[in-house]
Design a binder for this molecule. Sequence first.
Ligand code: MF3
Ligand code: CO
Length: 287
Amino acid sequence: MTSRNDPCWCGSNKKWKKCHYPEKSRLNTRKEYKERHGILLKTEEEIIGIRNACQFAKSVLQELVSAAKKGVTTNTLDALCRRLHKEKGAIPAALNYGSPPYPCAACFSLNEVICHGIADDRPLENGDIMNIDIASIVDGYYGDLSTMVMIGEVSEEKKKVVACAKTSLDESIKILKPGMDLREIGQVIEREAAKEGFSVVHQFVGHGVGLHFHEAPQVCHHANNHKTAPLVEGMTFTIEPMINAGRPDAVIDPKDQWTARTIDGKPSAQFEHTVLITKTGYEILTV
Ligand code: MF3
Ligand code: CO
């Protein structure tokens, strides 16, 4: 429970009892929070739209996971992702995103690729691990999630890094509630990685999401980061820890300017959810 003497969630540095205690109107909260932190708190109506986009993205991811078998290429999976979006009148948020424009509808990050891997015609092989990352726009709202698939017999090291990435995300979600600080997410993820002797990628972060693809705040996955902001009901953001079996450094492919690989060639794993902060805790919008 937040104590009346705790700092106010709005970031004023005043005690809660001297600031927003017991509560101000929802409208004031939204406006003030935006001004102070640049973070958009969502209305009930927006949350319904974002939840719907998240559920659609999740359904696409499930289809791609089912189709990801030995011998299948990531180009085939990318084509499936495009078709599923088209059928629904939805837009894959990754396609043509950024500069240079991202060339695929989803990200396919295999083995030593940390994130933003581009689809190609290499068939999936026994022993591969792969992150599939889907972000969808439905009726103007955004949902974003990713998961790992393992093809056939996978090495112990790969299994461990996949399990660690999953646990680190799950554990960091469990602590979410209004009044806590965004920075605590990274503490939990780093603790889980350290247990296995693995490292946490710093160069890519989670992010606010919902009305845009990438909104404030940045959500750091490593400990002792400086991205502080009090969590407030109505925030929607992703947590998407990337855990490396070896060193934390990412190197971006100079040719395609997207594919991020581990500097030492060791495997990397990532899971992602979009979450909503509620009055009493959280809701995972992408389950
Ligand atoms: N979940 C990833 C992110 O938020 C999706 C990246 S899509 C890309 O950054 F287009 F940026 F590659
Ligand atoms: Co994301």
